[in-house]
Design a protein around this ligand. Structure first.
Ligand SMILES: O=C(O)C1=C[C@@H](OP(=O)(O)O)[C@@H](O)[C@H](O)C1
Ligand SMILES: C=C(OP(=O)(O)O)C(=O)O
Length: 421
């Protein structure tokens, strides 16, 4: 773990930043490919800690995984019978929630473990759901085991998915391979990050799996094959957010090439947020450019659907003019770290003014000063620290390496974006 001096700029940052593939789309494509009725090729895949953990997990479970020798973002996945194995989840929500349903098809015991910090992330909902679908599961959090019998019954389960949309996505991705299919019924406070469930439905549809929605909060998948698809992965728009924000806070202009014309990625909503804060947005030749205003305005916004943008948005708000209120994000207390506590502690350590509310943050911009910004093993906390450091001298980010969770070389990309200052 190293301390990284965040570069500060006094002139606008103007650059083009090409982002690697989406974490969420890559890890869904890997699961669907592993359970498909033939080999699939995934092109433009993200290669980062979370996606490598998914590939390692699938490979341990006996799935054929071949990385193109000339291009590590092209991966061929060959479905094979699932076998007993040990799976390491790191801190990846998509791995700890999407792989246990796959393990239900194993021919023996699959042990799951992860980082120390992952042991407190919510998991009981999906493990209970698997029990309800006829699968033997020990434990309620990491570490736990799933004992497969080669196939699993399936049926209908009621879950409270208010802590994470990934419980629903995880069950639906494997649902068609259960003997009776799977019906998931959510009962409880609203499910967060529902656009990520829409992404799951969209990709299932591409693979030929129909998801019926007899009522809101009910998803029904009939048993049947999952079609092999050659997946082309879009750039990661949630990761793009931190870079676009760098243009926004420096009166600069950041261009992201290959910005999809339509997308299921919730991260795309950063564009509306930046525009509400005063930025100008233009599209040309498939690229998107955000230009920062003289001064960003604060905003009041419900981020329940797009919680993963919160660290970037909070950093922008700390540098804006006027108070901001971020709401609808109580579930962020169960993300990589308690993101509400982490953001308020770190913004306040720099002399900012951030208070936690029951379901979010209230941020009043102040003149901030340099200090150590702790990352809490959270990639988006680390990038938020880098963003504030662009405008505030003397910010050092602890454990910048944690950005490798979803970006293979964040410090290099950040420096290239800024150029030589
Ligand atoms: O399904 C996915 O790929 C994700 C769903 C969301 O999780 P939550 O519903 O737990 O917020 C999001 O925050 C996470 O980064 C990725
Ligand atoms: C919440 C996040 O990740 P995970 O997939 O580990 O839940 C995130 O990337 O912001």
């Amino acid at each position: 773990m190293s301390i990284w001096s965040a570069p500060t700029v006094t002139t606008p940052v103007v650059a083009t930043v090409d982002l690697p593939g989406s974490k969420s789309i890559t890890n869904r494509a890997f699961i669907l490919a592993a359970l498909a009725d033939g080999p699939s090729t995934v092109r433009g895949a993200l290669r980062s800690r979370d996606t490598n953990l998914m590939l390692n997990g699938l490979s341990a479970l006996g799935i054929g995984v071949r990385v193109d020798t000339a291009d590590e973002t092209t991966i061929t996945v060959d479905p094979r019978p699932v076998r007993a194995a040990d799976v390491y989840c790191g801190l990846a929500g998509t791995v700890m929630r999407f792989l246990p349903p796959v393990a239900a098809f194993a021919d023996g015991v699959v042990g799951f473990d992860g980082d120390e910090q992952a042991r407190t992330r919510p998991l009981a909902t999906i493990l209970d759901a698997l029990r309800g679908l006829g699968v033997e599961v020990s434990g309620d959090s990491l570490p736990f085991t799933v004992t497969g019998r080669g196939s699993a019954r399936g049926g209908e389960v009621t879950v409270d998915a208010s802590a994470s949309s990934q419980f629903v996505s995880g069950l639906l991705l494997s649902a068609a391979r259960f003997d009776d299919g799977v019906t998931v019924r959510h009962v409880g406070p609203p499910v967060p990050s529902t656009p990520h469930i829409d992404m799951t439905l969209d990709m299932l549809g591409t693979a030929g799996v129909v998801v019926d929605r007899p009522e809101s909060d009910v998803w029904r998948v009939a048993p049947g094959p999952i079609g092999a698809v050659d997946w082309e992965i879009e750039p990661d728009l949630s990761n793009a957010a931190a870079f676009l924000a760098a243009g926004a806070v420096t009166r600069g202009a950041i261009t992201v090439p290959r910005w999809p014309a339509t997308t299921t990625q919730p991260g795309a909503q950063i564009v509306d947020i930046l525009s509400e804060m005063g930025c100008t947005v233009e599209r040309a030749d498939g690229a998107l450019t955000v230009t920062g205003p003289d001064k960003l305005t604060g905003l009041a916004i419900d981020l329940r659907d797009i919680g993963e943008l919160t660290p970037t948005v909070a950093a922008l708000c700390a540098l804006a003019d006027g108070e901001s209120v971020l709401s609808g994000i109580a579930h962020l207390r169960g993300h990589e770290t308690d993101r509400l506590a982490a953001l308020s502690t770190e913004i306040n350590r720099l002399g900012g003014d951030c208070t936690e509310t029951a379901d979010g943050l209230r941020i009043t911009p102040t003149r901030m000063h340099g200090a150590v910004w702790e990352s809490y093993a959270d990639h988006r906390m680390a990038t938020a620290g880098a963003l504030i450091g662009l405008a505030v001298q003397g910010v050092t980010v602890d454990d910048i390496e944690t950005t490798a969770k979803t970006l293979p070389d964040f410090p290099g990309m950040w420096q290239n974006m800024i150029g030589h200052v």
